[in-house]
Design a protein around this ligand. Sequence first.
Ligand SMILES: O=C(O)CCC(=O)C(=O)O
Length: 361
Amino acid sequence: MSISGDEPIRREIGLRPTTNTRHLPVEASRWLKRDELIMRGQFETSPQSPETEWVPSVRSRDQWPDGDRVLNDPALDEVLRREGWVRLPGIQLDSDSCARLRGFFLDRFPADRTGFHNDFFLPDLTFRREASKVMHEEMGGMERTWMSGFTPFLYTYLAKFSGDRSTLEEHRDWMYVDELSGDRSYIIYVALDDATDSNGMVRVVPRSHLLPGGPCGTKAIWPWLRFRDELRARSVAVPLKAGEAAIWDNRLIHMSFDNNSATPRLAVGMWCHRSGGSLVHFARTESGYLQFDVDEQFFLEETPALLYSRNPSRPVTRNFECQLDGIEEEALRGLLDGTTQTPPVEMLHDLVDEIETATDE
Ligand SMILES: O=C(O)CCC(=O)C(=O)O
């Protein structure tokens, strides 16, 4: 599938916008307008509401068996907590494993070999299932080596083909877990090729995982992304040799520019959440946000394009509105510099149950 006509989806996932919107469904066109206004800071993201209440965190530091430790190594854990990302020491996948993973992808990848690809977006379930299996065989267990009580829920290839349309603009990923209640998820990102400046290595914005805000998911874009120049100026490069890895908090803003080399630049990602924790998906509707209770299958079978066109047939566990205050460039600087105290993400104005359910059953 090509998603080149699905402008809002491209924007949501950080792909460079195109000017071609003729394939957009009516609903998507409406959201494009809204998203454009949000990006320009002209959309009122705090709809008037009769009542506002503070919702306290439902998770405390002590709820998980190891407190809220993420990495087994205390020094690395500290860096991950403070900066939102950390490079794992040494080689994580040997050259045979890298060669097998590269070989599988280059032999079997069924879609257009241009631009940036994350197989999360592919509707070809056969490829996705087989690719997941191969990645699990090669990477499975890495989470136990490095992480404290985390389980993978998704594996994907991340491929940057050669050419000038492979930029992945600054973005943060969806909320795969209920971040609003204090839960967190992480990606272990392993390079299969040396990732350098010339082939579009990943760049991350340190401390951006501490930015507060509402849900991220279908039609729900992180409002801090409108400060593109500031984010790009603060981004740091993550060069990796083949087989090396970095881990980052899924709240972290990241990006990668064009692959100007002659060959594809491949990586694999393993997304992890707390063992025994829940998985969720958030979607923006015209009247608020819906929170869906989902599982690993959801991330294997759904695509952003499908979710854009209809709600998933999964239980809605919450229906709410969030008030997003103080999304200003000065606030961004203060939060990223650490000179402003970051309000806990869960301290949102939350209007649970005030909004009529907009699910298309
Ligand atoms: O491999 C890359 O260039 C970045 C991947 C990424 O940021 C993503 O898929 O969200």
